[in-house]
Design a protein around this ligand. Structure first.
Ligand code: ADP
Ligand code: ZN
Length: 609
């Protein structure tokens, strides 16, 4: 629940306005109207008034003569006569020949002004007030009394502009979304093949990485309507409104299918239902979530309604949401790497005038850890800076300074790596990769990156097996443990000190080592005796010990010995290949993400000669 809005303007404010209007009528308009009343007199009276000098302004026309008395408080009217001396006599009487007398207002007009207009004003004001009151009571979206009407905005036209090419970087995300575009273009192809598309796709990534943009781009590429709503909008309404809003949204979407429905911040409604029930807001959220699940189950995969949802906390989502048939596909949208950052900067720089010598590569390097939205902000900030110093061309200094402004803002909240930390992470990751590569039977390295991940990891090394593997040899497991220790070993070799960055590695290595001894029967000492059983393979796989405390002690000792041996092996490998370690770490530090091929190229460079 968002905060309850306190009425910004008290009711008294509106009563004040009403009072003011009434006053205005009494003081200004009514006298004006009565003054504008024209009294018709005969020509004789006109003559008399001239003789008495009681004439203010006169307006002689072909069909009538309009005049006022000396004070100008009354307007008279009389018919014209054949009177050649009139002008002279009027002049002598001190009359003023001017169009001071405005055309008198007709009775119909005066009726409209005195009765109809005030009523209209009151009715209008009443409407405005009730709208305001509704807003204050029911959140900014209930614009009318039509409760439960969804306010999912339909952007049929506006997204036509956004294409995949507008989203810089994020190639992997774009690739996975391309299939959706293809499906929306050509659903029969999939129906004929009997394939059903996922109903929901979860875009997972930190804020400002372009998730909304990607969703819009899918709609733009497929040329279909785009409905968007934010999860938080569902829950800030009256009780029961969220669910009916979901119902309405899907009704609209089905009518407009094929189309894209985009739910931003889905964690606002999709949080785990068990996780801490705090007060009444929870109930409402649960109803909304249930309705969403019902709707998703209610339509077939091939109706052409594609639901995209964005979150930066996938782990907090209710498992019911991520079950097959719902949001069963996940597309990671990570922070951009160096190349991505450069591309994003260039995209946004097109909107401003930049000096020719601006080196976006350098700027991108300086803005390590920045998201797409922050990069867009950097460009804008630089343009503002240029304007402030009276230029229209943005130069490199503007950009550099605006990085500091923007980065200082987000460094606190995002914990961007410092330069030294980045170096350590680079060595750590290369440590894993190098140890893996130097041992036989290790899966080849696919990709290494030091871009912080959504999962909280500061970097990671991805290894992919060449084929499916069901059996692992003792040696392979040992090598794997060595690979896990490789990260820490690299820190030791390169810096002579260690960091907390290896905590996950330690956990994994320990798990493997323990399993080797207690479950896989891979130690001489215990042979094929099971010391541990797995309780449930699929639910976390927690284990329970089935041995005596003495044996446990022995197992613990063995595990330590095993990990220690592998750790030493890893350290030896890295020491023997110190030059490669340095070279690769430097390369990774500069590029932030390197592919397996690039890695192998550097590794085998010297050997070929
Ligand atoms: P999210 O939905 O992930 O929070 P948005 O899609 O709303 O992020 O992105 C916010 C803004 O940041 C966009 O309007 C765009 O200007 C900029 N932006 C983010 N990522 C990119 C990108 N990959 N390419 C170009 N601009 C981007
Ligand atoms: Zn590691």
């Amino acid at each position: 629940m968002k905060e309850v809005k306190s009425p910004k303007k008290p009711l008294l404010y509106y009563y004040g306005i009403v009072l003011l209007i009434i006053l205005l009528f009494n003081v200004l308009i009514t006298p004006m109207l009565s003054r504008a009343q024209v009294v018709e007199v005969d020509y004789g009276t006109f003559m008399d008034m001239i003789d008495e000098g009681d004439i203010g302004a006169v307006q002689v026309e072909d069909t009538q003569i309009l005049f006022t008395d000396k004070e100008g408080t009354m307007v008279y009217k009389t018919g014209p006569m054949e009177d050649p001396t009139l002008t002279e006599r009027l002049h002598d009487a001190g009359a003023e020949f001017a169009r001071v007398i405005e055309e008198p207002i007709s009775p119909i007009w005066s009726f409209l002004l005195t009765f109809v207009l005030p009523i209209l004003i009151f009715v209008g004001l009443g409407q405005y007030m009730s709208k305001k009151l509704m807003e204050q009571a029911g959140g900014k979206n209930s614009l009318s009394f039509g409760m439960g009407k969804s306010n999912a905005k339909v952007y049929v036209q506006s997204t036509k502009g956004i294409r995949f090419s507008d989203v810089a970087g994020e190639d992997e995300a774009k690739e996975s979304l391309q299939e959706i575009v293809d499906y929306l273009h050509n659903p029969q192809k999939y129906t004929e093949a009997g394939a059903s598309m996922p109903k929901g796709i979860l875009l997972v990534g930190p804020p400002g990485t372009g998730k909304t943009m990607l969703a819009k781009a899918v709609a733009g590429e497929a040329d279909v309507p785009f409905f968007s709503i934010s999860g938080s909008e569902f829950v800030e309404m009256f009780v029961g409104m969220g669910a009916s809003k979901v119902r309405d949204l899907f009704k609209q979407a089905k009518e407009k299918a094929p189309c894209i429905v985009f739910i931003d911040e889905i964690d606002a409604i999709g949080q785990k239902r068990s996780s801490g029930s705090y007060g009444g807001g929870n109930d409402e959220r649960e109803q909304t979530l249930n309705q969403l699940l019902t709707e998703m189950d209610g339509f077939e995969g091939n109706t052409g309604v594609m639901i995209l949802a964005a979150t930066n906390r996938p782990e907090s989502l209710d498992p019911a949401l991520t079950r097959p048939g719902r949001f069963d596909r996940r597309v990671p949208v990570e922070l951009p790497d160096l190349q991505g950052r450069e591309a994003i900067l260039k995209v946004h720089a097109k909107k401003i005038k930049t000096a020719e010598d601006v080196d976006f590569h350098t700027i991108a390097r300086m803005a390590a850890g920045a998201s797409g939205a922050e990069l867009a902000n950097i460009i804008n900030e630089a343009a503002l800076r240029a304007v402030r110093s009276g230029r229209i061309i943005v130069n490199e200094a503007d950009l550099e300074e605006s990085i500091e402004v923007v980065i200082a803002g987000y460094q606190k909240k995002n914990a961007v790596l410092s330069d030294q930390e980045k170096k350590v992470v680079a060595y750590h990751e290369i440590g894993h990769a190098l140890v893996a590569a130097m041992q036989s039977h290790s899966a080849p390295v696919q990709k290494i990156t030091i871009i912080p991940r959504t999962s909280g990891a500061l970097g990671y090394t991805m290894q992919v097996e060449t084929g499916d593997k069901y059996l692992m040899t003792k040696e392979e497991i040992e090598n794997k443990i060595a690979t896990y220790t490789g990260g820490r070993a690299a820190e030791e070799v390169a810096f002579g000190q260690i960091t907390t960055g290896a905590s996950n590695d330690i956990e994994q290595a320990t798990k493997l080592a323990r399993a080797m001894i207690s479950r896989y029967g891979m130690s001489d000492q215990f042979d094929m005796v099971a010391m541990e059983t797995v309780n449930n393979q699929y639910l976390g796989g927690d284990t329970s010990l089935t041995c005596s405390p003495d044996t446990q002690k022995e197992i613990d000792r063995k595990v330590v010995e095993l990990v220690k041996t592998q750790h030493e092996k890893a350290r030896k490998i890295l020491e023997d290949n110190r030059e490669k370690l340095d070279e690769l770490a430097k390369f990774l530090y500069e590029k932030e993400t390197i592919t397996g091929e690039e890695f192998m190229e550097i590794l085998t460079k010297g050997e070929k000669q």
